[in-house]
Design a protein around this ligand. Structure first.
Ligand code: SF4
Length: 340
């Protein structure tokens, strides 16, 4: 096998699908490219067939060549994931029971999650949907209609949240078609796109995508999932500015993760950097207790202490709400509320 070096791919395609196809899929290749010996990482494991490694190169390029790099640890499969841990289960949010119509998760009043795509551009090791039965939710055209009919029939639904997987994995033509269907439902007012794809492949934020989102009658927000300040690069500046200029509201939600961002200087720098890029910090989530992710868990007492310290350092609009999803609750549970 050819040795892959960090300079070999310095010329990167502008086509996000091409960039995605060149992602790292084997821990050994990524570690080799970073110049890290596999032996230096406790259990860097290839053997994760249910949730294999997937790391696009623009994301890998933002890593530092050290075994405790917080970007690396978010995506590198470790044998630790296989250790059973009481309380960490395959469906921590009981989404199966809210998934009554294929492709739809209706947990909260007034808004539904539409599982627009089953894949992602990166496999985050802490993902609460790492065991989600995507195969059962890969929609045929007829099922798409059923999912949209569900929204049509319930006029209390004013917001459609495109989720997944990652909804920006859809080709533009399919995304356009979906948006057209959504905006044709009179009681739907808002469209929210939850995505991490542009974080790992900035090339996904094309002028065509911006134009598509700007053209709909729906109010559009994009919620990016950024956990560390180094996940934003200069490549993000221009496209994010274009989205904001087109009237798209940019928000961020992070997950509080041990060894990644459970540190006051990282969290405050994350908020500062998000704002510098035109993104408002929105939620800081406690980890959903999904099987295989126990090593990312941060105790609630530590989370509250970090959040309180964050409030002393930053203006209120840069302090994300500390929240946890609780299965069966009609809303997220706020862990700490008081702020000017
Ligand atoms: S991008 Fe989101 S849905 Fe996909 S693996 Fe990462 S956390 Fe999970």
């Amino acid at each position: 096998m050819p040795i892959i070096t960090r300079t070999a791919d310095s010329v990167e395609s502008e086509d996000w699908r091409q960039v995605l196809s060149e992602s790292f899929r084997r821990p050994a290749d990524l570690l080799n490219w970073l110049g890290l010996p596999a032996a230096g990482l406790p259990g860097g494991s290839d053997d994760q067939p249910d949730f294999p490694m997937l790391v696009p190169r623009p994301y890998a390029r933002r890593m530092e060549a050290r075994p405790d790099d917080p970007l690396l640890l978010q995506v590198l499969p470790l044998t630790e994931e296989k250790r059973e841990q009481p309380g960490f289960i395959t469906d921590p949010l009981a989404e199966d029971s809210a998934n009554t119509t294929p492709g739809i998760i209706h947990k909260y009043h007034g808004r539904v999650l539409l599982l627009a795509a089953s894949g992602c551009a990166v496999n985050c090791r802490y993902c609460f949907r790492r065991h989600f039965p995507y195969a059962d939710n890969r929609l045929s055209r007829a099922q798409w209609q059923q999912a949209l009919d569900y929204v049509r029939r319930d006029n209390s639904i004013s917001e459609i949240i495109l989720s997944g997987g990652d909804p920006l994995m859809l080709q533009d033509a399919d995304l356009q078609q979906l948006i057209d269907h959504c905006q044709a439902i009179p009681h739907v007012r808002r469209l929210r796109i939850h995505t991490r794809l542009p974080v790992v492949i900035p090339q996904r934020l094309t002028p065509a995508l911006t134009a598509m989102l700007a053209a709909t009658r729906l109010q559009v927000s994009m919620v990016l999932h950024i956990n560390h300040p180094r996940e934003l690069s200069d490549d993000h500046r221009r496209p994010l500015k274009s989205l904001a200029a087109a009237g798209i509201t940019l928000l961020n939600q992070s997950v509080l993760l041990a060894q990644i961002n459970n540190n006051i200087s990282v969290l405050s720098e994350l908020s500062e950097r998000l704002f510098e890029f035109g993104i408002l910090p929105y939620y800081l989530h406690l980890l959903d207790r999904v099987k295989g992710a126990h090593h990312f868990d941060v105790p609630e007492s530590e989370a509250i202490a970090l959040h309180q310290e964050l409030q002393t350092l930053l203006p209120g609009y840069l302090v994300p709400k500390l929240a946890r999803e609780v299965a069966g609750l009609p809303n997220k549970a706020m862990i700490h509320l008081d702020r000017d």
